[in-house]
Write a protein that binds this ligand. Structure first.
Ligand code: AMP
Length: 500
């Protein structure tokens, strides 16, 4: 293992790395930094989570001169990734004080024009808006010496390949350094490499077999109508610290999020129709542990830099191995272990086999947890919670009420009644998701069922509470049942609210 200093990183940049806790380089950083400092072209086959931003970002800070015009252009597939990359670069450049601007669609173009006039040394952006500025001549490429394509395969998947080619052909090729990072190398990316890069050095961090061995990969066979229940059973047994759940469609993400919230989990959804400000808010919550579960579509989760994801659930199996690799790559990052679990409808087994074949890896089968296991986990969670509440409770009034309560009945009865009311009755079993058609069988056959006849709209059945006399109603009446996804699984709050 080497230290950053041995790789040729300056004291000034070392200091900024120390500030953010980067003590030693990750493998891809160790390989890439010396090469990039020599201004070599690099083809990095690396997933997010390997430290690839540092692999190109740290040497870029070193080779960029202050006040010598815009010298670096970094293209990313999504706005979020652009923001994340620019933020990391700003932290790397803290002492060198280089200007880093972020440019993407949906933001005021006038403000961007103003920003560009100041000639930031580094620009990070998404291809579409960058082209807008090139065409308006508000961004001139003459002084660019370094081009980075981050998550090139994602840019291709999102239909940006022609935009990328246009940008590359518009910029000076002489003395240009190109750094291309991609988790996979489909032919279109290889073509970019041959056409635009100069004798690139290949830097790979993915071990043989395709994905990171830190990720435990499983699948479970489950019928469509049982998915939600099996999923929450797994959640209760796994007790993930942070989980990302992938759904196939926007509707799926919305429904699954609502269902999880109704069942008492702290979940929020992300998909293409969610506004930029809401996305940023959700991501912030997720990073700050104010959320346990992020439900997302493939597109929404692209390029997200979220560390600490312990579990990835493919609630719906992805269509291909590439998407599978990207999805599960959200966990097992920065040397930590992760678990990936894919739900497979029996008619979708061909897709699982195809993923296994492409990745040259067997994904192991996992049976759904037994009800007893689920119950044991829920009880353990309850005990842990009660311990936590006990240690946090400083409201003296509650002790007085407790005393009065205990005078009225047996301690066991009182505790059992409270548990039943506030914890064990929280599960709303009446929620159903709309029927989502499984993937078409390989070979073209469609599943007969589900072409309309099997469709069941998302609905919450009329629960006792809605009819007037039941528990849910009482809970709501007490003002305690939280309605927003961000305050879930906290039956204790409800209890506190009741006795205030
Ligand atoms: P990336 O693959 O660039 O998205 O990085 C994944 C995560 O690892 C980010 O949260 C980085 O801040 C973190 N990271 C990257 N390099 C290092 C390093 N050398 N030491 C500690 N953390 C790192």
């Amino acid at each position: 293992m080497k230290f950053f200093k041995q790789l040729g990183v300056s004291d000034e940049t070392l200091k900024s790395l120390e500030d953010i806790g980067f003590e030693t380089p990750t493998p891809i950083q160790e390989e890439s930094i010396p090469l990039a400092l020599e201004r070599k072209d690099i083809l990095g086959q690396a997933q997010t989570g390997t430290g690839k931003t540092g692999a190109f970002g740290i040497p870029i800070i070193e080779t960029t001169e202050k006040q010598a015009g815009t010298q670096v252009l970094i293209l990313t597939p999504t706005r979020e990734l652009a923001v994340q990359v620019s933020e990391q670069l700003k932290t790397f450049a803290k002492y060198k004080k280089l200007g880093v601007s972020v440019i993407f669609g949906g933001m005021s173009i006038d403000r961007q024009i103003k920003d560009l006039k100041r000639k930031p040394e580094i620009i990070v952006g998404t291809p579409g808006r960058i082209i807008d500025h090139i065409k308006r001549r508000t961004l001139k490429l003459e002084s660019i010496r370094t081009l980075v394509l981050d998550e090139a395969d994602e840019m291709m998947n999102m239909g940006f390949i022609d935009d990328v080619k246009f940008i590359m052909s518009e910029m000076p090729s002489e003395n240009r350094q190109t750094l291309l990072f991609s988790a996979t190398m489909p032919p279109a990316i290889q073509e970019l490499v041959t056409r635009f890069m100069k004798d690139p050095t290949i830097v790979k961090t993915m071990k043989q077999g395709g994905s990171d061995p830190q990720i435990e990969e499983h699948y479970t066979i489950v019928k469509e109508l049982e998915k939600l229940e099996v999923f929450t059973d797994f959640l209760d047994v796994h007790q993930p610290e942070l989980a990302i759940v992938f759904g196939r469609t926007k509707r799926r993400v919305d429904e699954l999020t609502s269902a999880l919230i109704a069942k008492g989990y702290r979940a929020e959804g992300l998909h293409g129709d969610i506004t930029q400000s809401k996305r940023l808010e959700v991501l912030k919550k997720f990073r700050n542990n104010a959320l346990d579960i992020l439900v997302a579509t493939d597109v929404a989760a692209r390029g997200l830099d979220i560390s600490g994801v312990t579990h990835v659930y493919n609630f719906d199996i992805p269509q291909d191995a590439e998407s599978y690799t990207h999805r599960i790559g959200r966990t097992g990052r920065a040397g930590k272990e992760g678990v990936a679990l894919t739900f497979v409808n029996p008619v979708e087994m061909d897709y699982l086999r195809m993923i296994e074949n492409e990745k040259k890896k067997t994904i192991s089968a996992l049976r759904p947890p037994h009800k007893k296991e689920v119950q044991k986990s829920r009880e353990k969670e309850t005990f842990d919670k009660i311990e936590q509440w006990k240690s946090e409770n400083t409201n003296t009034h509650t002790f007085e009420v407790a005393e009065r309560l205990l005078e009225q009945g047996e301690a066991k009865e009182v505790v059992a009644a409270l548990l039943n009311e506030f914890l064990f009755s929280r599960t709303d079993d009446s929620i159903q998701l709309s029927f989502e058609k499984p993937l078409t069988r390989k070979g073209g056959q469609r599943r007969g069922k589900g072409q309309g006849g099997g469709k069941k709209p998302f609905r919450k059945g009329r629960s006792q509470g809605q009819q007037g006399g039941g528990r849910n109603n009482k809970r709501q009446g007490g003002g305690g049942r939280p309605q927003q996804g961000s305050q879930k699984r906290q039956g204790g709050r409800t209890f506190k609210d009741h006795i205030k």
